[in-house]
Write a protein of this length. Structure first.
Ligand SMILES: Nc1ncnc2c1ncn2[C@@H]1O[C@H](COP(=O)(O)OP(=O)(O)OP(=O)(O)O)[C@@H](O)[C@H]1O
Ligand SMILES: [Mg+2]
Length: 268
């Protein structure tokens, strides 16, 4: 890797603008000339009140939404107008709803095979030889859910937490340059959310992924990631690096975040 590749950000948003219902009484600026750089292997947590623009930002990054203005770069490549499937190799995504990330009528191993083959031509059957099966069992085993011994169970039969762990593994199987997590533990009970967060950290660290995780859970925001962003009205209002995040309590965060709502950018 050349030195320019090492220093190139994994993601760059340059004055990204998204307006819904432009020119109508319902006009809503969801992203207000948003600019943001995310470094390689950074694990960034994003908080912000409902409607702040968090999911819209992820939609612009994944290609689900083409912005009205500005530029989206993944590893130096302009992807602003690239369709979702054309950047799927770069971007993995897990949603809040455990139903969205997995195919319920396929078994655990078929889901993993599908994720491994995404974008390639060969059929499922070919993908599922003995060594593939062994590999999938090996990557499932450390999560302690017993999924590795139930590889032929349909994903639709799994609990929400099990499905989210499977969805996480599927999203990260091809080692995406960027992993996008949109409140992926919000629909889970606290114990299961904890388990899925530990799985998340493990995958991000082991695969050295760059990740962007949205959460409304302030404890998660404090405990995870090495950078914390707070969004409001389509912009990043607070941007805390690892040093500033160290020792931050939930109370500190709530106080700082309340201060950010009056639109002053705090940077530490
Ligand atoms: N498809 C859409 N059509 C119209 N307006 C939209 C659409 N998607 C989002 N918006 C609006 O854009 C703004 C930002 O929404 P967004 O979903 O990005 O917020 P969010 O920060 O993810 O909020 P939440 O915490 O509730 O998930 C909101 O005002 C929302 O109503
Ligand atoms: Mg959202």
């Amino acid at each position: 890797m050349s030195s320019s590749e090492e220093t190139r950000p994994a993601l760059r948003l340059e004055r990204v603008r998204v307006t819904f219902h432009a020119g109508t009484p319902n006009e809503r600026v969801a992203l207000d000339d948003l600019s943001l750089d995310i470094a390689q292997e950074e694990f960034v947590v994003v908080i912000g009140s409902n409607g702040a623009g968090k999911s819209t930002m992820l939609n612009v990054i994944s290609g689900a939404l083409i912005p009205d203005g500005g530029r989206v770069e993944l590893e130096g490549k302009d992807v602003t107008r690239l369709a979702v499937h054309r950047r799927a190799a770069y971007v993995g995504r897990v949603f809040q709803d455990p139903m969205l990330g997995t195919a319920p009528a396929l078994s655990i191993e078929e889901n993993l095979a599908l994720a491994g083959r995404r974008g390639l031509r060969r059929g499922l059957r070919l993908a599922l030889d003995a060594s593939r099966r062994r590999h999938f069992a090996e990557i499932l085993a450390p999560f302690g859910l017993g999924l590795d011994t139930r590889m032929r169970v349909l994903a639709g039969k799994l609990s929400g937490g099990q499905r989210q762990v499977l969805a996480l593994l599927m999203a990260s199987l091809r080692k995406p340059r960027l992993l996008l997590l949109d409140e992926h533990t919000a629909a889970l009970d606290p114990g299961t959310a904890d388990l899925v967060m530990r799985a998340t950290r493990r995958i991000i660290e082991e695969d050295r992924l760059t990740a962007l995780m949205i959460t409304h859970n302030m404890q998660q925001a404090v405990d995870f990631g090495d950078r914390l962003l707070a969004m409001n009205a389509g912009r990043v209002r607070v941007d805390l690096g690892a040093a500033a995040k160290q020792g931050l309590s939930v109370d500190d965060l709530v106080q700082r975040f309340a201060g950010a709502a009056d639109h002053h950018l705090l940077r530490a």
